[in-house]
Design a protein around this ligand. Sequence first.
Ligand SMILES: *Cc1c(COP(=O)(O)O)cnc(C)c1O
Length: 403
Amino acid sequence: MSAQNYASTMPHVMAVYGRSPLAFERGEGVRLYSTDGEVYLDCVAGIATNGLGHANPVLIEALTRQAHKLWHVSNIYKIPEQEALAKRLTDASFADVVFFANSGAEAVECALKTARKYHSANGSPERYEIIGFEGAFHGRTYATINAAGNESYIEGFGPRLPGYVQAKFGDWDDVRSKIGPNTAGVIIEPVQGEGGARALSPAQMLELREICTQASILLIYDEIQCGMGRSGKLYAYEWAPGAEPDIMTIAKALGGGFPIGACLATQEAARGMLVGAHGSTFGGNPLAMAVGIAAFDEIATPALLAHVNTVSNAMRQQLERLKERYSEIVLDIRGKGLLIGIKLGPNNRDFMVMARDHKLLIAGGGDNCIRMLPPLNITLEEAEEAVQRLEMACKAMRNAAQA
Ligand SMILES: *Cc1c(COP(=O)(O)O)cnc(C)c1O
């Protein structure tokens, strides 16, 4: 079925997604139960969003308890739950202050505005240019598509916004050549997600940090996908001590499936973000914050982060063996922690269908990759089962090629 046909199965919904012909009625941990009675092993996890799996009892408890008390109040009042989550986020990171939004793209909008406002507050309003990277993904708003520069997401939406340029991912000479008197900052994913699970090395991150410091421009990390434990540290930047950003965006697993985004910043970087500079109706409402606090307390523990590394190492060893046995199919294994990218020989979309036939859900990615993004609390047994199902898909793929 073509993407068009899938869309037509939901005729009253804008046809912007290439949907697979599957619907689910419930989930539990890493399992998803489809409306046609099948059980799937979920290594998509809402694209790294259900970090604690489906129907997590701790999150259900936090959500329902808060639902009986208070859902929403305006940000014209104090929201103690917001301060409680912000304190957790800042205590556990480089940041001093947080702005709460409802999605990743909104968090990035805040980050970009914060960077420009910083220079404007410093008397340099001409410093508005943001350097992004080829293959990046920052969301689907006007600013975020322009920051990422992916032509297929910009095309047809009018003129490109001024003030955004792209450099080659990992090519710091290219970055240096693009820094000028108008540069405000650099935005980068320490581990590219949609772009094909490409991870920066600690040395690369330190060098980029140094470039930004030397040029007096702000370094923004987009950790919406690679943050919140996904890389095996709470934040991927922790793999490179000394490469802390000035601003960082998180979302996805922050709410465990409840829509929350956040922009974290140092006091200095946020110096322009004063009363009236920014806002959101829903951002940081008590219901979202209650779930966010519960999710944070589950994820930001040494035990869970150690578990992510244990499972990641086991999966990567098994995948390396798969690569030896199916060298025409599995070309490269990349990413960090449980953000696992596999570059394929055959078409990644065809492979995803094969995996689905073997009751394994995986995500696609740039550079003909597939991504495995299981819940962070997936057990070693479940992770092994995922690789076994992947192997069945490899076998089916090989048989199909030989037929
Ligand atoms: C998903 C994602 C976004 C966008 O988040 P939305 O909630 O879809 O707006 C931005 N940056 C990265 C790295 C992402 O993975």
